[in-house]
Design a protein around this ligand. Structure first.
Ligand code: AP5
Length: 217
């Protein structure tokens, strides 16, 4: 059966890293609202024009915009494709909308995986992050380098990019937003028995193995 899971954690917790691995190894589909919004900014769409300054400040884009993006992307999937929600939901309003959107597309939420991390380590993780400009595979200057320097492991591209919001000041705002608006949705999922916690400070492979055990259980 196709699983629908949420990866939840502050900026830099490893949501994108683990989602990319699940896409590669388990054939799931990653729905990252951050990636969707960055694509809209790059394409200069009306949504992108609205979102650009908000994202650069580290604040949250409106629930209305991200809910519509998720609805549109869910509609494009076939029922046998499992979904990883990465960076969504981020507010109580989005969590409520997600239940309705999933039901509307004949799906239900199976698991919420919380990546528990030490916030002090996150600035270091985020400011060292880069990704392949071609296929978006995520890397880190110290913790997750390409096997051959300057060559993407997955697609072989020589071009890499860094995000404009990956600077210390913006990261602090993103963390404050997480504490104020996103962390409070965890207890809501906890009361539904959906939350499994993983130590996000462990090495990437160990975090992945812990997630795999939860999904197999
Ligand atoms: P978004 O793109 O979602 O960013 P984020 O939540 O801040 O998360 P990140 O992508 O920074 O972190 P991650 O957890 O994916 O970490 P990663 O795996 O890359 O959102 C950006 C902006 O868009 C928001 O600020 C907001 O404005 C807007 N937005 C998006 N969604 C929204 C929504 N739903 N509502 C409203 N606004 C929205 O890992 C980080 C680095 O650490 C990498 O280099 C990686 O290699 C390394 N790493 C990962 N795991 C480990 C490990 N275990 N050990 C060592 N290093 C590790």
């Amino acid at each position: 059966m196709a699983l629908n899971i949420i990866l939840l954690g502050p900026p830099g917790a490893g949501k994108g890293t683990q989602a990319a691995r699940l896409v590669e190894e388990a054939g799931m589909v990653q729905l990252s609202t951050g990636d969707m919004l960055r694509a809209a900014v790059k394409a200069g769409t009306p949504i992108g024009l609205q979102a650009k300054a908000v994202m650069e400040s580290g604040a949250l884009v409106s629930d209305e915009i991200v809910n519509a993006l998720i609805d549109e992307n869910l509609a494009a999937l076939s029922p046998d494709q499992g979904v990883i929600f990465d960076g969504y939901p981020r507010t109580a309003g989005q969590a409520e909308s997600l239940d309705g959107l999933l039901a509307g597309h004949g799906r239900k939420l199976d698991r919420v995986i919380e990546l528990a991390v030490d916030e002090d380590a996150l600035v270091d993780r985020i400011t060292g992050r880069f990704s392949c400009a071609q296929c978006s595979t995520p890397y880190h200057d110290r913790y997750n380098r390409p096997e051959v320097g300057g060559v993407c492991d997955l697609c072989g591209s020589n071009e890499f990019k860094r995000r404009p919001d990956d600077n210390e000041e913006t990261v602090r705002t993103r963390m404050a937003e997480y504490r104020a608006k996103t962390a409070p949705i965890l207890p809501l999922y906890d009361t539904r028995g959906l939350v499994a916690r993983v130590d996000g400070m462990a090495p990437i492979e160990e975090v992945g193995a812990a997630i795999d055990r939860i999904l197999a259980g």
